[in-house]
Design a protein around this ligand. Structure first.
Ligand SMILES: Nc1ncnc2c1ncn2[C@@H]1O[C@H](COP(=O)(O)OP(=O)(O)O)[C@@H](O)[C@H]1O
Ligand SMILES: [Mg+2]
Length: 222
């Protein structure tokens, strides 16, 4: 891809250890080399409020957390991220890469915890003010493999699992199936990539999806 693009919003989704952070960084580096402004962020997180909420959400000491409290904390962090980071960056034409977003809440709190999907959609709408990713890369992986990967990558001092990782395997399997159901419902936005492949092969597949998106946009916008 040789041309510069602007105002593009890409999210990375998938279970624990599926390679979201790895692939986000690879795509960011690639696009920066081409001269684009790239904003890397994550949800929850990405703002001062969001970082505090992220700590609350992931700390094992927060367990047991009510499912409603959990849902609302994710949405609160998201609302702040949209206002403070995502909307301004997209308005000035940056490429924004976000580690998790609305589909995580549908997959984890909806399919995983059993909360009503339409309720979550309404709260997503409130938090995002309608901002939807142009492209969502779904890194699909057997959670048994993903949890092993994220366990291995933890440093000695942070070797304990976070509150979500610590959920039983069948929870993570419901999350995976949920993600795949979301992708079937929105096949044009949510692009499934086999996260069991090598990092380099996935990197190419992600870039192909990005190129497909920006080509279709430049067709639409001339
Ligand atoms: N395609 C891959 N094959 C094997 N290991 C991978 C692959 N992608 C990432 N990893 C490794 O798996 C671990 C988790 O990757 P990470 O990008 O942090 O996942 P996530 O952000 O989805 O939790 C890291 O140690 C990373 O180096
Ligand atoms: Mg990560």
């Amino acid at each position: 891809m040789w041309y510069q693009v602007s105002g593009v919003f890409v999210t990375f989704e998938g279970g624990e250890g599926s390679g979201k952070t790895t692939q986000l960084k690879l795509l960011a580096n690639h696009l920066r080399v081409l001269g684009n402004e790239v904003v890397e962020t994550r949800d929850p997180g990405g703002t001062t409020i969001g970082k505090e909420i992220r700590t609350l959400l992931l700390s094992p000491e927060s367990a047991p957390m009510s499912v409603a409290a959990e849902l609302l904390l994710y949405e609160a962090s998201r609302a702040q991220l949209v206002r403070e980071v995502l909307a301004p960056a997209l308005a000035r034409g940056a490429i924004v890469l976000c580690d998790r977003f609305i589909d995580s809440t549908l997959a984890y709190q909806g399919f995983g915890r059993g909360l009503d999907l339409n309720l979550i959609r309404q709260l997503n709408q409130l938090a995002t003010e309608g901002l939807t990713p142009d492209l969502t890369v779904l890194l699909d992986l057997d959670p048994a493999i993903g949890l092993l990967r994220s366990g291995r990558s933890s440093s000695a001092e942070s070797s304990s699992q976070d509150r979500i990782e610590a959920e039983p395997l069948h929870f993570h399997q419901r999350v995976r199936e949920g993600y795949l159901a979301l992708a079937r419902a929105e096949p044009d936005r949510i692009r499934v990539i086999d996260a069991g492949l090598s990092m380099a092969v996935i990197e190419t597949a992600v870039l192909d999806e990005f190129t497909r998106l920006t080509r279709s946009r430049s067709t639409v916008h001339g």
